[in-house]
Structures are given as C-alpha cells and as structure tokens.
Design a protein around this ligand. Structure first.
Ligand SMILES: [Zn+2]
Length: 67
C-alpha cells in the first residue's frame, strides 16, 4: 500500500516526502533541499501544507480503490 506522498516545499519549492501514517501520528518531515530547513507536520504553522498533502493522499487512495 502506498502511504507516502510528495509535496512542494512552501519555502523553496523543493520536494518534501511525507508518510501519511507518520503524519497522522504527529511526525514531521523535512525539505530535501540541503539549504532549506523547512519541516512540515500537522501541529506546526505549515498545517495548510500538511492538510493539502493529506487531500492529495486521499485522492491517490481513491484512485487505487477505483481500480
Ligand atoms: Zn524547502
């Protein structure tokens, strides 16, 4: 089961890979750009980004169920 998702960093537009299971459990995920220290989690100020990622994840999950 695919439970990871790739989102765009709100700071540098780089990639942030998140795991939805860990995200729900309160985990945070750092931007892959070495010079950028942005991290995303449900509990910090990047909530909107995380929320967007969860919606993307739900879409992926929905697509999988449709097959
Ligand atoms: Zn970044």
């Amino acid at each position: 089961m695919k439970d990871s998702s790739e989102i765009q960093c709100p700071n540098c537009a780089g990639k942030i890979f998140i795991n939805s299971t860990l995200l729900i459990k309160g985990g945070s995920f750092s931007c892959t750009t070495a010079s950028c220290d942005t991290s995303v989690s449900l509990s910090n100020s990047s909530y909107q980004v995380a929320n967007h990622a969860m919606k993307e994840f739900e879409k992926v999950k929905g697509n999988n169920l449709a097959h």
